[in-house]
Design a protein around this ligand. Structure first.
Ligand code: F6P
Length: 545
């Protein structure tokens, strides 16, 4: 059955939200807190190790009721069931969307073309486990009989960002292997990595769902040529493994059949870290930790699937984001983790969110007349406080922000952690309350500042406040909580795609540039420039001079 195709702006809830917005647009969040001291108790969810406080938003119970009504009117419940049960909801590619099956329990049944896919999922997980243990124990060795010390993940987009983000995030749980990631087709990138490697002790994991991606194939060839300067063709089988759906292309590349970890077309690239695409995660932190990551994601899946919408974390975060995106006209959202470990979370989610929901054609094939995908960006706090927070506090743009923090640090350095977390709490409080002209004047008075100077400085020192934030306070950064966190954002993406009546799981928009690059490459190689616009011609001629 196809996904519902309901234009959200035609729903009753949307009309009501539009009216409601009139009364909320100049509303003060600070005053809502003053009027209702139980606000935080009302607008939070406690689930497993997560405390999600969404009270510092410009919403009241009516807003939530209307947003929940919108979810009902676009048939979100039915759409969730369709996704989890393996219906071909990626209609433009005629595929099911089942990253959730990769972390389902072994007794589950998920049918694709009438076949239960769970046994295959568990078979590949077993292969990942065995291979990981063989590498970590030193049972599998390199061509000169030395144990492996380094692993290079060669892939791009979903075949790079997920593993790279998780390996960085779970550094604390890492074993002795050094992990490297080669993604960009920029030859300088691969050369910088190669320079750190010893071919005798390095394992290469080529990750490409399609095995047709120019960047990954070019980098793999460059690396293989470098490897063969010291090793022989026969040694390739010991050092190169691949993760792909395209078994034929992988074998043509020269990779041993036994060294291929399969994936399936029902796993989208940007949702694939849970599959064998996560092999480098398993190698970095061990299979048990990889499995815990999947468990954490599965727990969030169950919450998302079964919890009523008014207590459902991904659903509520998605709805609040729609409220700002479509009614307040917010263009972007920031994501600020208060841990250095999550420094790659925002770049990772940029692909997840923007490749999924950066669409302007609805599920009826018609152009949308409302805003879709949000722009996502961010950096860890406190670094970002010293970089772009000025604009969030006093700029002209509305930037709803997610703050992600942890109750416990991993190394137990409480002094640092208290300082880190005091910033975490202080920022959301400052964004909410701001600083009034009266407060600024009081400060001037205590400093005995000259009247004329005080008058001049006052407007610059006032903070308007009223800036919306969500706070996610998680017990500790573990493989499980990370799995739950990433799955939470995955489901938020899905909910928003359903509301906006777009297809979240295709990415046709990345094709045109790839096609043009191929034709320009042959023009560059043949030194014969075709007719382009005058700017492109001008630039190409300069490049080839
Ligand atoms: O160009 C975008 C994209 O198709 C992503 O969706 C995908 O994650 C990436 O390229 C890499 O694709 P592959 O895994 O097939 O090499």
């Amino acid at each position: 059955m196809a996904l519902p195709t309901i234009n959200p702006t035609q729903t009753k809830a949307w009309q009501e939200l539009q009216n409601h917005y009139q009364s909320m647009q100049n509303n003060s969040i600070k005053e809502m807190f003053q009027d209702d001291t139980t606000r935080a108790e009302k607008f939070h969810i406690q689930w497993n190790d997560f405390l999600v406080d969404y009270s510092k938003n410009n919403i009241n119970q009516t807003t939530l009721n209307l947003l929940l009504k919108l979810a009902e009117e676009v048939h979100l419940k039915e759409a969730i069931a369709q996704q989890f049960s393996g219906e071909s909801i990626n209609q433009t590619e005629n595929r099911a969307v089942l990253h959730t099956a990769l972390r389902a329990s072994e007794n589950d049944t998920v049918l694709v073309d009438n076949k239960n896919i769970i046994p295959d999922v568990y078979q590949v997980k077993k292969e990942i486990e065995i291979f990981t243990n063989q590498i970590l124990s030193g049972e599998k060795k390199g061509y000169t009989n030395k144990p492996f010390t380094d692993v290079v993940n060669i892939g791009i987009g979903g075949s790079d960002l997920g593993p790279a983000m998780v390996v960085e995030a779970l550094q604390f749980y890492k074993n002795h292997l050094n992990l490297h990631f080669v993604s960009n087709i920029d030859g300088d990138h691969v050369n910088e990595i190669i320079k750190k490697l010893n071919p005798e002790t390095t394992l290469f994991v080529i990750v490409s769902k399609t095995f047709t991606t120019q960047e990954t194939l070019t980098n793999s060839e460059t690396i293989r040529t470098w490897f063969l300067k010291s090793a022989t063709q026969l040694d390739v089988a010991k050092h190169f493994v691949a993760v792909s759906t395209n078994l034929e292309k992988v074998t043509n590349f020269g990779i041993d059949k036994n060294n291929i970890f399969p994936m399936w077309d029902w796993v989208g690239g940007r949702f694939s870290l849970w599959s064998a695409v996560g092999l480098s995660i398993s190698l970095a932190v061990g299979f048990d930790n990889f499995n815990k990551l999947l468990k954490g994601a599965n727990q969030m899946d169950e919450h998302f699937k079964n919890e009523s919408f008014n207590k459902n974390i991904p659903v509520l975060l998605a709805l609040i984001s729609v409220w700002y995106n479509n009614f307040f006209g917010a263009q972007s959202e920031a994501l600020i983790p208060y841990t250095q470990y999550l420094q790659k979370l925002a770049p990772y989610l940029q692909q997840g969110i923007m490749e999924s929901n950066g669409k302007s054609i609805d599920r009826d094939g018609k152009p949308v007349n409302y805003q879709t995908g949000t722009i996502i960006w961010g950096e860890p706090g406190t670094n970002s406080q010293h970089a772009f927070f000025q604009l969030i506090h006093q700029g002209t743009k509305l930037i709803p922000t997610d703050f992600i923090g942890f109750v416990k640090p991993l190394y137990g350095n409480q002094d640092h952690h208290n300082k880190l977390m005091s910033n975490f709490f202080a920022q959301t409080e400052a964004l909410l309350n701001g600083k009034s002209a009266e407060q600024v004047q009081l400060e001037f008075d205590t400093q005995n500042l000259e009247k004329s100077k005080a008058e001049f400085l006052k407007p610059f020192k006032v903070f308007e406040g009223n800036k919306p934030t969500n706070t996610l306070l998680i017990q500790k950064l573990t493989p499980e909580t990370l799995g739950s966190l990433v799955a939470m954002y995955e489901h938020k993406i899905f909910v928003q795609g359903i509301i906006w009546n777009i297809f979240s799981y295709d990415q046709w928009g990345v094709e045109l540039g790839k096609q043009l690059a191929n034709s320009i490459l042959s023009e560059i190689e043949n030194k014969s420039i075709n007719k382009h616009d005058s700017s492109t011609n001008f630039l190409l001629n300069h490049f080839l001079k």
